[in-house]
Write a protein that binds this ligand. Sequence first.
Ligand SMILES: Nc1nc2c(c(=O)[nH]1)N[C@H]1C(S)=C(S)[C@@H](COP(=O)(O)OP(=O)(O)OC[C@H]3O[C@@H](n4cnc5c(=O)[nH]c(N)nc54)[C@H](O)[C@@H]3O)O[C@H]1N2
Ligand SMILES: Nc1nc2c(c(=O)[nH]1)N[C@H]1C(S)=C(S)[C@@H](COP(=O)(O)OP(=O)(O)OC[C@H]3O[C@@H](n4cnc5c(=O)[nH]c(N)nc54)[C@H](O)[C@@H]3O)O[C@H]1N2
Ligand SMILES: [Mo]
Length: 750
Amino acid sequence: MPDTPRRQTFVTSSHWGAFEVDVEADRIVATRPFSQDPHPTRIPDILPAAVHHHARVARPAIRRGWLDTRDRCGRGSDDFVELPWDEALDIAGAEIDRVRKTHGNEAIFGGSYGWSSAGRFHHAQSQVHRFLNAAGGYVASFGSYSTGCAQAIMPHVFGGNFLNLLYQHQDSWQTLFDHTETLVMFGGINPKNAQVSMGGITEHDTASWFDRFAQKRMRCFNIGPQRSDAPAGCDWLPLRPGSDTALMLALAFVLEDEGLTDRAFLDACTTGFDRFRPYLMGDSDGQPKTPNWAAPLCGVDADEIRSLARRMAGTRTMITVAWSLQRAEHGEQPYWMSAVLAAMLGQIGLPGGGVGYGYGAIGGVGKSVIGMRGMTFSQLTNPVDTVIPVARIGDMLRHPGAEYDFNGRRGPYPDIRLIYWAGGNPFHHHQDLNALHEAWQKPETIIVNEPWWTATAKRADIVFPATTSYEREDIARTNLDDYLFYMPQLIPPVGEARDDYDIFAGLAQRMGIEDTFTEGRSASEWIRSLYSDYRALAAEQRIDAPDFEDLKARNWVRLPIRVDGPNRTLFAPFREDPQAHPLQTPSGRIEIFSETIDGFGYDDCPGHPVWLPPSEWLGTATEAAPLHLVSPQPGDKLHSQLESALADVPGARPVALAIHPEDAATRGIGAGDLVRVFNARGACRARAEVTEDIQPGVVALPTGAWFGDPDSNIDPDGNPNVLTRDIGTSRLGQGCSAHTALVDVARLSS
Ligand SMILES: Nc1nc2c(c(=O)[nH]1)N[C@H]1C(S)=C(S)[C@@H](COP(=O)(O)OP(=O)(O)OC[C@H]3O[C@@H](n4cnc5c(=O)[nH]c(N)nc54)[C@H](O)[C@@H]3O)O[C@H]1N2
Ligand SMILES: Nc1nc2c(c(=O)[nH]1)N[C@H]1C(S)=C(S)[C@@H](COP(=O)(O)OP(=O)(O)OC[C@H]3O[C@@H](n4cnc5c(=O)[nH]c(N)nc54)[C@H](O)[C@@H]3O)O[C@H]1N2
Ligand SMILES: [Mo]
């Protein structure tokens, strides 16, 4: 009798949560929800097919044109030559050495943005940064695509670091449940997006909180282009994308006009209202920001604006702002203006009142757990101090040496000769991909570590096959969750894949920097040592974490760090005593007018929030591009991950484009029709999803499809970034402006 392969089951964690995995004969055969998760996500369903997909990079591969003649033009079209690991590592190590010795480390871009996979040690960005630092440094990037613009503007307004301030300190869901009467959600709060969180999210509970809010009859207003951005039961105020600042100004106008502004709060806790008020009331520019002024701009009825403003002043109101609002041209303005509006309401620092950023954007925001330190693999120190705003990579490649502004600094873009990317997919995430494809021809060499043949891997010169987190052991733990996981190695590496750590150790050895990079430790030794440091730090906080072997045997534990009951209110101590607990702004208060920003002299981000219409929005719609395109996050996956297998599911590609029945009818488009979405920058295919849940004039195409062949004129699977615009949010934030784009749609076939 032949042996029947034994099926084993483990729990692992991922950015989309924990789940059970069945393993048989070195293959992942099935996944199931994790026992502790009340609302598990379906994202892992596709995992077995994706991990063993034929689109995995099997062996180290070098692009033929680069190998033969160092040609740069064939990126994306050339074929690849597979080489043994030793040879490929020799070639890559020698090339990195050549570039750093000939052009200096300032010629190496290692910004390498991307989510890669969960797991504390095998975090691809930490790995590539540590390696490049050991090699003398690299040009780094500031901020994220997620919140780059907010990370630049909000420290001027509230002080401190936007991420630290807002992730772990915002009012918890429990505080909202206990105190909030009116929830005003700009851009909604969508449990679909809360399926994921950086490093893991175990109990998916965002939807349950909304069930509880409904039971309590909390009024929840979803303000934005899509009804589906918030759970059923919320009131929907359709709003033209890019116009939130106009609406917020009109709400503020009503407060001021009707004597509803909280003067005492403004006097005690803010600075600069006197500089802002003349603009609000129209004294400085002749245009009072009345509801009648805002209504045609934002598409919300003037009476509705008035009644919302009164309601906000008369009840405990939490304003929430989705991150999407600042991934748009002038994204600084709605962020800053929401803070000013909340300050005028005077509820900042009261439980369930004020303003919060990014509830529902990722699953961890609003959870209440005690913050813990530790388990970070040191990236060493970067001897190169050149940093670009993360979303300005296209400009950097196109314009070496050109001066650009960023948050009060001015400097030249570096001249990049070599790019090393690990753990991200710029040909998924960047705007105007056809233009990026052109700019991508400039560097002499591009090296990518990647498990799959993504559009980025296909555009590299040297591709190293990386393991996924299922092919190596690790620890999962994040500050926004109370679970701790030992992530077992479930299967052997697929093909000849190696861990990023081993790839970099191999390069480091060839470049004479192995000791600095590895410190003589294997991956397994590092994981145990990081864990033991973490456990010691936990003990200092009187938190008991199991020892490594115990955790390994148990697979997962829930740490006693959840804070139940009424708790956490952002800015409570500051509100109580602003002198004793000043903010880290120049004035120590919330800055409604910022002398610092004013001093920068930027017309696209002046000293207080203003209404600046975007270059592409329904206010500038043309016959050639009459529709506003928003490109939100996909509901069935994380970004471009797992795409290889998802694209195989019948009917899943091209991606569905939400379009209003009126806009569909005028174009002869029926439900399910194949359509072309296009503008002057590019075109892609999509499948029409005709729905009343989107406002007329707006279409929504989620991100996530892999970018196809730029020569085909139409991206086959529906990557919206062939349509988006590659401009900074402003000279201040220089974030990505993905949500600022006009397009048209035409029927291709049914
Ligand atoms: N139009 C538009 N564009 C957007 C956005 C938008 O709203 N609209 N949103 C933006 C935002 S907020 C973000 S965060 C970005 C997301 O953009 P990315 O973070 O770049 O997207 P991912 O698909 O998560 O890319 C991660 C890559 O890492 C690979 N990977 C996984 N595990 C490992 C590993 O262990 N090692 C290595 N070497 N590689 C690994 C995956 O296969 C994948 O290709 O997209 C941005 N782009
Ligand atoms: N399932 C899943 N969840 C995810 C991700 C994923 O890939 N998959 N990615 C994660 C990441 S990296 C991030 S950064 C977060 C992003 O979180 P968010 O930025 O909050 O999410 P988006 O999906 O980009 O946008 C949310 C909604 O904003 C609306 N919107 C767009 N423009 C405007 C506007 O001008 N005004 C208003 N009022 N609304 C507007 C759109 O209708 C859109 O559906 O999501 C995270 N969650
Ligand atoms: Mo993001």
